[in-house]
Design a protein around this ligand. Structure first.
Ligand code: HEM
Length: 495
């Protein structure tokens, strides 16, 4: 029997196992990033229901790519939730990532010229210079320590990507992470990451969902978010003062500053908030993906060697054309983004009643088969991007294994009709009108940095056990500390 019904009877984990106050959400929080959702997805399929914390209406966890695509395409019906938006506002301000509706459309159109393929190509020199400073720093540390060193790679990668967004986005020099602003950004972000992993971090979004006005109540994690914002706001003020009297090429800052004078343009606080938004989302995301990809390469010496061989075929400065030709590099990057997306989970709420169509029918607890289902206004969805990209029912038994070759072998990928339509059939950059505006920049800088360091340096795994948590982006965790990823680094042997 195929019919349309609402989702009251959807499958899902037993209610008796949910906490009275925290629902199933505490269990999800305590696991590694989307670990529990992945397990439930294999137990109950690509649509299931969980009990929400603080007596909120049940949450639908949705991994069906067609229904997810429908949600991401319709940004007027499905918006970011009341528990998610205040947190974005608090960390990076009310910029593009926060805006909804017409305001979002306006800001998006305004800022898009900074991210065209041509604009990104022009960033190659700045990116290469920053990547070379990163390579020099690591090489010096290796040499100073007698030929090899074990270090936490996280701050070094962050400094490199912060340097890049500073230069290409704002014409600002963070001096390889040494400037006061860079140090303050790193320290406040690190604090936020670690507080976010505690119970206070769990509490913040669910309390906000229940009582959206609670921002004024001194929750520790909310204060830590505010700290990051204060620091980037201070930087933004400085950039506006410096930038207004110098001629710069078209970058994020110059676009923002030109709009100020237009009638109906952005207000000063929207400009400041967008500088904060791009400073943070423009560097922590790429750095995170790079860190985990380096870990995968450290764990897979053969893949690392194959990548190095490919890179060494090209000498000297790295151009856009050169990186575009490196096929294995491209496969390594896709695999890194598939297994470790910086945003492992998205939350959306339905603003009105709707009907979502599924790519594969599901069976309700009562035995009905649904090919589509009715959504009620106010329904909250969790879309676990990371679980979708590592779902063994779609990606096969080795779904969780780092295997760049799958991108290069004919027929090794799942059939297209089982995958989302986003970049490379992944959802790492989301999809639809809110797909990551910086994805071209991210892909190019990712490749330039990886090429630059992998040609001279060798990365090996250490004995530390690295796990993954969402706080607020995907973080490596060692012994309970977030933002820690030890790697063993030495000079790579010449071929
Ligand atoms: C590997 C690196 C990156 C990944 C995996 C990534 C991923 C994402 C994802 C999944 C979203 C959608 C978030 C949501 O809907 O809640 C997003 C949005 C966004 N990203 Fe990225 N991102 C990356 C790099 C960057 C870079 C380098 C920039 C800027 C230079 C950037 C700026 C933004 C902004 C401003 C948005 C909001 C776009 C909108 O809502 O219209 N991201 N990103």
């Amino acid at each position: 029997l195929v019919r349309q019904d609402d989702i009251g009877d959807a499958p899902g984990p037993a209610k008796k196992n949910a906490s009275w106050v925290w629902g199933h959400e505490l269990e999800v929080f305590r696991g590694q990033a989307v670990e529990v959702y992945s397990k439930w997805m294999s137990d109950y399929g690509s649509l299931f229901k969980i009990r929400a914390a603080l007596f909120h209406r049940d949450i639908i966890v949705l991994g069906d790519h067609a229904a997810v695509q429908q949600i991401l395409a319709d940004t007027l019906t499905y918006m970011k939730t009341p528990s998610f938006r205040p947190i974005i506002a608090n960390i990076i301000g009310k910029g593009l990532l926060w805006a909804e509706g017409e305001e979002h459309g306006y800001q998006r159109r305004l800022l898009s010229p900074a991210f065209t393929p041509e604009s990104v190509m022009e960033m190659a020199n700045d990116m290469s210079e920053c990547a070379e400073m990163f390579e020099d720093t690591l090489t010096n540390l290796v040499l100073m320590n007698g030929g090899s060193v074990t270090l936490n790679i996280v701050p070094y990668t962050s400094h490199c990507t912060l340097d890049i967004i500073g230069r290409v986005g704002f014409g600002h020099d963070f001096r390889n992470g040494k400037s006061t602003e860079a140090q303050e950004i790193t320290a406040s972000w690190n604090n936020l990451v670690n507080i976010g992993m505690t119970f206070a971090g769990f509490l913040a979004p669910i309390v906000l969902r229940a009582f959206p006005l609670i921002m004024s109540i001194p929750l520790k994690s909310i204060q830590a978010q505010g700290e990051v914002r204060e620091i980037t706001r201070k930087l933004a003020q400085k950039l506006i003062e410096d930038g207004s009297h110098s001629e710069k090429r078209k970058n994020i800052l110059s676009i923002l500053l030109t709009t100020k004078s237009d009638s109906g343009g952005l207000s000063k606080s929207q400009i400041i908030d967008n500088i904060s938004t791009f400073t943070m989302s423009g560097h922590e995301t790429t750095a995170g993906t790079l860190n985990f990809t380096l870990l995968e390469l450290a764990r897979n010496p053969q893949a690392q060697e194959r990548l190095r061989e490919e890179v060494r075929q090209y000498g000297g400065a790295i151009s856009y054309d050169q990186v575009s030709k490196m096929e294995y590099l491209d496969a390594v990057m896709k695999e890194g983004l598939r297994l470790h997306p910086a945003f492992p989970l998205a939350e959306r709420v339905a603003m009105k009643d709707d009907v979502l169509t599924l790519s594969k029918p599901i069976k309700t607890k009562g035995g009905q088969i649904l090919t589509s289902f009715r959504v009620k206004k106010g329904q909250v969805f969790h879309i676990p991007y990371m679980a979708m990209q590592t779902n063994p029912n779609v990606w096969g038994e080795n779904a969780a294994v780092f295997k760049p070759e799958r991108w290069l072998t004919p027929c090794a990928l799942p059939p297209r009709n089982e995958l989302p339509r986003g970049w490379s059939n992944l959802v790492a950059f989301s999809d639809g009108p809110r797909t990551c505006i910086g994805y071209r920049l991210a892909l190019f800088e990712f490749k330039i940095i990886l090429v630059t360091i992998i040609r001279t340096l060798e990365f090996r795994e250490t004995d530390y056990k690295v796990t993954q948590k969402i706080s607020p982006t995907l973080q490596p965790v060692v012994d309970g500390r977030g933002g820690v990823l030890p790697l063993h680094i030495s000079i790579a042997p010449q071929a």
